[in-house]
Design a protein. Structure first.
Length: 263
C-alpha cells in the first residue's frame, strides 16, 4: 500500500517556533500568508526550521500601476524528490533530454517522471524552455547599464543543470499534482528575481556636499551620505527611506538619516 503523505507530517509548531519561522524563513509575509505557508509545510511534510521549505516575498506591479507584494512557497529539487518518493508510487526519473548540447546553453529541456497508477508504470513528461526560466542580470559598461542582459549566477555556470532541474520540477508536479501543488522549486522561481532593465539614476555631490540629481538638477534628497553610502542612497527606490536602506548605511550615515527624517 502506498504511504499517505499525512503519515509524515511535521509535528505541530509551538508559538515560539512560529515566531522564529516568521523572523527567518517567512520574513515580511502577512499573518494570512504565514498561515498558508504553515499549512503547506504540514501538507507536504517539510520542515521550515531546517529550511527544507521557505517562502519569498517579491514586489509585484498591480494593474493600476502601483506596487504590491506577492508570496511564493519554495523548496529545492531535492525536496520535490523527497515528497514524491514518500508517496510510495514514484517509479523512476529519467535524465534530462536537451534539444541541443553543442551550444552555450540549451533552449529546451525535457524530463520524464514515472508513477505507479493502478499497477501500471505511467510516464509524465514535461519541458522547460530557456527563455521562460533563465535568470538574467543587467550588463554594465563601467557604472552605466547598457540595456542588455546576460545569464546570472548558476544559470551562467551550469545552464544545462539548471534548466534540467526546472523540467524535472514540472514533470514531478505533473505526476504528483496533489502533493506538490502550491509549492515551487527555487530554480523555477529565480527568473522572478531578475531586475527590469531601467536607466540608471545618476547622483552627484556638489561642492557644499549636497546631493544632486545629474538629470534634474538639485534633488529633494537628504543632505548626507559619505562616499561609500552615496551608491546605496542613489539605488534606493520609492524615496529615501531609512527603513529600506537600513543597515546598508554606515553608522554615521544611519544617524544622519535619522536626524534628516526626524526619527
Amino acid at each position: 500500500m502506498p504511504k499517505e503523505l499525512v503519515a509524515v507530517k511535521q509535528p505541530k509548531l509551538t508559538n515560539e517556533q512560529i515566531e522564529l519561522v516568521k523572523k527567518t524563513v517567512a520574513v515580511g509575509v502577512s499573518d494570512q500568508e504565514l498561515q498558508l505557508f504553515l499549512y503547506t509545510c504540514a501538507r507536504v511534510g517539510l520542515d521550515p526550521l531546517t529550511k527544507q521549505i521557505f517562502c519569498i516575498s517579491r514586489k509585484k506591479k498591480n494593474p493600476d500601476g502601483t506596487w504590491g507584494t506577492t508570496m511564493s512557497i519554495q523548496t529545492g529539487i531535492d525536496g520535490y524528490r523527497a515528497i514524491a518518493e514518500r508517496s510510495g508510487t514514484l517509479a523512476g526519473i529519467d535524465d534530462a533530454v536537451f534539444d541541443d548540447e553543442t551550444q552555450a546553453h540549451p533552449n529546451k529541456a525535457s524530463v520524464t517522471v514515472y508513477r505507479m497508477v493502478e499497477g501500471n508504470r505511467v510516464p509524465f513528461t514535461a519541458s522547460a524552455r530557456w527563455s521562460e526560466y533563465c535568470q538574467m542580470k543587467d550588463v554594465y559598461d563601467g557604472n552605466k547599464k547598457t540595456g542588455k542582459q546576460e545569464p546570472a549566477g548558476l544559470w551562467s555556470k551550469m545552464p544545462y543543470l539548471m534548466l534540467g532541474k526546472c523540467a524535472e520540477a514540472l514533470a514531478l508536479r505533473k505526476a504528483f499534482p496533489h502533493d506538490l501543488s502550491g509549492v515551487y522549486t527555487h530554480e523555477e522561481m529565480m527568473q522572478a528575481d531578475t531586475a527590469p532593465v531601467v536607466e540608471a539614476k545618476v547622483i552627484e555631490v556638489d561642492q557644499q556636499g549636497e546631493i544632486i540629481d545629474a538629470n534634474e538638477g538639485k534633488a529633494e534628497a537628504p543632505k548626507f551620505g559619505c562616499t561609500k553610502c552615496q551608491k546605496v542612497i542613489s539605488e534606493a527606490e520609492n524615496g529615501y527611506s531609512l527603513k529600506m536602506m537600513g543597515a546598508a548605511l554606515c553608522r554615521s550615515c544611519q544617524k544622519a538619516a535619522k536626524d534628516e527624517q526626524g526619527t
